[in-house]
Design a protein around this ligand. Structure first.
Ligand code: NAD
Length: 344
């Protein structure tokens, strides 16, 4: 009997526990080998719940546990070192978005995976989420003609983790929250982003005790694509009322709306009190099928030696768009996105 594909989850925080629980029971052909966390309290809590070994760092896991692939769910600034070390040890790499903070780090990670001949997949879960995948298939089938305008938004209920408040350690909310949108619009429109213009605003940070300079909790980005199409991305975190992720693509022959579309003229969802409509409360709930499918896709690609659905070039393209958008709002001008990577 073929043995199971063993996964080590690196970082047992919010995203790490979603993937660790899926690896432990919901991904065909896979099993959870161990968890690694720099914080022993967090690591042991995860190990106790999931019944697996716990290690304080990747080096000790590499010598203490047998596994085939890693799921990198440590904070973004730690992704490059973990990805390169794992690839050099011959482990397949699933890396959460954003791939890294700089294009140089993206290139080093991709080069290490290429050199080792391992699969490198980026955690853009929307590509595996049924309604988003359905929209992409309909666009490719020509159902709405040529895509002209795209809108994509993500709103998270609460503040991101403290490390993500700091622009230098996270690239800010545009990276932490809107990386998904930057990838999703590029994928749905079938074109790289050529130019961006971003505006940001900070409404709730100070009241929630965020002291990091340059923190913002709202952003809107205008986009021009290489193909000539245009669009917008917006993000808010904390939104409080729930987790909200939607997209709309307007083509020459029709409109596709992805996400909730209720038959009411005005939809109001309040944070407190009367008038609440049912909505998603969190991202693990909103994208539950997608998180399972993306890990299953990674295991399949690694097992069969095929290219993953979302590769390093996709992760790099989103990082390039985030860096351009951050430069745009900091300098108050439209910015051309650096060397768009080829679509694949
Ligand atoms: N795809 C998604 O929808 C999604 C959702 C949330 C977070 N993320 C991404 O996942 C990553 C983690 O975010 P989070 O919100 O889970 O963060 P978190 O702060 O909740 O968890 C990170 C964990 O990593 C541990 N850690 C730090 N350095 C480490 C290292 N070198 N090795 C091992 N463990 C280490 C920390 O102790 C912590 O427990 C980020 O890149 C984030 O953008 C993706």
């Amino acid at each position: 009997m073929k043995s199971r594909f063993r996964l080590a989850v690196l970082g047992a925080g919010r995203a790490g526990m979603v993937h660790a629980r899926n690896a432990a029971g919901s991904v065909p052909g896979a099993e959870l080998a161990c968890v690694v966390d720099a914080d022993p309290v967090v690591g042991h809590k995860a190990g106790d719940e999931l019944g697996v070994d716990v290690f304080p760092n990747l080096e000790e896991a590499l010598s203490g546990a047998g596994f085939d692939g890693v799921v990198i769910t440590a904070p973004t600034f730690a992704h490059p070192e973990l990805a390169v070390l794992a690839a050099e040890a011959g482990k397949h790499v699933f890396c959460e978005k954003p791939m890294a903070l700089s294009l140089a780090d993206c290139d080093a990670m991709a080069a290490a995976a290429d050199k080792a001949g391992v699969v490198f997949q980026v955690g853009f879960v929307r590509r595996f989420q049924p309604e988003f995948a359905e929209a992409k298939a309909r666009i490719e089938a020509g159902e709405i003609g040529t895509p002209m305008v795209v809108k994509s938004l993500t709103r998270g209920p609460g503040l991101p983790p403290v490390w993500a408040h700091d622009l230098r350690r996270s690239n800010g909310m545009l990276a932490e929250v809107n990386s998904h949108d930057f990838d999703c619009v590029r994928w749905l429109m079938g074109s790289d982003i050529e130019r961006v213009y971003a505006e940001t605003a900070n409404f709730k940070g100070a009241d929630r005790g965020v002291t990091a300079a340059d923190f913002y909790d709202n952003a809107v980005v205008s986009l021009r694509f290489v193909a000539g199409s245009i669009g917008t991305i917006d993000g808010t975190c904390p939104a409080d009322y729930g987790y909200d992720a939607r997209a709309e693509v307007l083509g020459t022959e029709g409109l596709l709306v992805v996400g909730d579309n209720r038959a009411v003229p005005v939809l109001e969802i309040r944070t407190r009190g009367l008038g609440e409509a049912p909505t998603w409360s969190s991202w693990p709930q909103r994208f539950e099928p997608g998180y399972r499918a993306e890990l299953a896709g990674f295991v399949q690609a690694a097992t069969n030696g095929t290219a993953p659905l979302v590769g390093a070039a996709d992760g790099r393209a989103a990082v390039a768009a985030v860096i351009a958008a951050n430069t745009s709002w900091l300098e108050g001008r439209p910015v051309t996105v650096a060397s768009p990577a080829a679509l694949r």
